[in-house]
Design a protein around this ligand. Sequence first.
Ligand code: ZN
Length: 335
Amino acid sequence: MSVAPIPPEFINELLARSDIVQVIDARVPLRKKGKNYLACCPFHTEKTPSFTVTPEKQFYYCFGCAAGGNVLSFLMEYEQLNFLEAVNQLAEQYGIAVPQNAQQQEFYKVSSSLYSVLEEVAQFYEKKLRDDASAIDYLKQRGISGEIAKRFHLGYAPAAWDTLLKKFKNSEDLLASGLLVEKSDRQGFYDRFRDRILFPIRDRRGRVIGFGGRVLTQQEPKYLNSPETTLFHKGKELYGLYETCQVNRQPDRIIVVEGYMDVVSLFQHGITQAVATLGTATTPDHAELLFRNSADVYFCFDGDKAGRAAAWKAVESIIPRMRDGRQAFFLFLPD
Ligand code: ZN
């Protein structure tokens, strides 16, 4: 029986979704030191720790015996596994199905090309923001500095129906990324985001998976998000989590606010641990993601009827995820 090789795109995805600190710490208890983690090396005998794990690069390295690599090489060496066994074990731990046939493998190839398209589009929109005086003015009025706009890679989608179509030739990938909408007569496409400030939504690895768009004027709808795509599942992602973890991998607390602009404004005021759901109520998946990153989660809502309803939804989602050491707080802003 021949087994199809595992596509490199799947390995990348697996590495993106796993956490080397978590995997190693479960086997060799780690101590935090600055940005890195330390332990006595499991691969040679020593009394003072020279085994370091760097979460930023998702690598480990021992200054004593020069053992080093990524999470898969660690599993292979520590658990005495071959590559395929290590892949299977890691995938199982993170609940990711290893592709078994050509069709499933194709999925990972497609995803990988969508990531590149989304990144290119994000950079393009970011450049458009720099060229648009009214979009810059809008952000300034909201008290957002250039530095914060840059940190979040805020962008601007010009007020035209075909900006992306003209710039990027591959309409198939744009459509699959949720950036184009098919016309109702099915005779072509148009840009989903027009005349909006765009907030690129990143996954834990910092890859763009979708966008949130906000109008500059009083138009409706005020917020518009990417639709569900192969890469973007709004019930599982949190805006600002990547940026929060960039500042501090294990924040003391995370504050959940209602909109993208609230997250960016909090960062602007030095509160660098804020996230927002993506136009949806808090789901149990969100709750799990929040608690995995911080033991204390603060939900901050408007004091009005909608705010209280959203808070109740959040309560329903977090209760099943509560356990010893996890705390949730609710904060209501004056009506
Ligand atoms: Zn060593």
